[in-house]
Write a protein that binds this ligand. Sequence first.
Ligand code: NFE
Ligand code: MG
Length: 511
Amino acid sequence: MTTTAVISPLTRIEGHLAIHTDVEKLASGDLRITSARCEGEMYRGFEKILEGRDPLDAQQITQRICGVCPISHGLASCQAQEMAYGISPTNNGRIMQNLIFAANYIQSHVLHFYHLAALDFVDIKSILKYNGSDHKLKSLRAWVEGALARNDTFAAAPFLPRYEVDQYVKSDEANWGLIASYVQALRMRSIAHEMAAVFGAKLPHSTALVPSGVTETATIERILAYKTRLNQLATFIEETYIPDLVTAAGAFPQYWDIGASYGNYLSYGVFRLENTTGEKTRKFLPAGTIINGQWKALNPSQIFEYVQNSRFSSSSGLHPFRGQTEPSPSKGYSWLKAPRYDGNVMEVGPLARIMVGYHTAGFEWIKKEVDAVLGSLQIPVEKMNSVLGRHLSRGLEAKWIAHQAYNWLDELEIGGASAKDYELPKNGQGYGLTEAPRGALGHWVVIDNYVINRYQCVVPTTWNCSPRDDKGQPGAVEKALEGTLISDVKQPIEAGRIVRSFDPCLACAVH
Ligand code: NFE
Ligand code: MG
């Protein structure tokens, strides 16, 4: 017997995503997802908005694609323009860009674990049983009680589980600890935003990012303002985030075996360590691809976007330098295009960065770090291709980036040049490749007669949540859902956990 399970909207992500699955009942009585379709439910049109505008508007306008990862879009745009203008960043400009980006990364990873994904695992209703003396938890309990007494489920959300299933952390003490971290994480995110604003002027959408660097200068006061906040975040990551991650992994060990996708990974590399632009630039986390278990260098000419199953009438299979964005609402099943690398479906994101780094020559430190953690958990590296592997990757990255940010602060030269002067060319083209917190992000710009002629963004969640391509290959999330056993078609929490492990941002994906 075949039936369907639908999650629409999929909450606790950014943007509008629906998940449609076909489910079969096995002879054993188990329910199993046989196929899945990810539907990006809205169109935004940033690529069209940019056409005809001054190229220097792009790093400001594209930041508005998303309030969670604006710095990624701003920096991808700056790098695309650097290539088009034939310029490179200054030393201080590049380092301050890294510091702003590091803060945005930490904010995003903390957001995802605590405020988006954790409620798939934590029994948030246990707050109603709280009998301890922590004043924050007591006031939270009173707030939820009040909302429930008024029958105001809107106010009580997100402190009510969407699904009434017996699949949450069992111990009240463990739940209360995780809920306390949830509350603390809100404060940590605001500290991360302040930290980004030290060199970025404001957050979420930084006004300071420009091709070749930033508009702020490095002063002792700013370095100290950044460092005091970094100290708090680094402590939170080490003493709260990573231990909570280990607690969650220990409570749900089956999720090392659930949610595997193709095992093909793409990373553009992130945090420039030298003053150049392009795929050869040395970075803190490296660029590369893994296809069928084989590491290969990144070749950006292998990126194409397909639209046979997407709501676009554009030609299918175009490289982003020739990309088109022609909406066609009655066609296909998603507002996402389907990016492919040399025809392959690729997973992007923290897991992809870590698996690429794990196999990249010269980055043995990544392998050593990952092996040490997996050794302590007694998990083989093959199981990283899973729900828990994705969560662990995010936590590890947050730790590494926080540590590295101290080095960048030390490298800043007080009062050094933050950016360069340059002439805008009449014609030109360029691309900027970076890694947003959610994965590989590229912007491609073509300039004609001083204005943007074409602008294409290929975004992390467009890779992960893509619909089927012209060959019928399911996207990475669609593939990860196939074969999953679920306990209830009306409450498919298992599917929600898989999709959220990718940290989707549909606002970005449809751009
Ligand atoms: Ni809107 Fe973004 C990140 C980008 S995701 S969050 O990270 O680019 O698709
Ligand atoms: Mg696009």
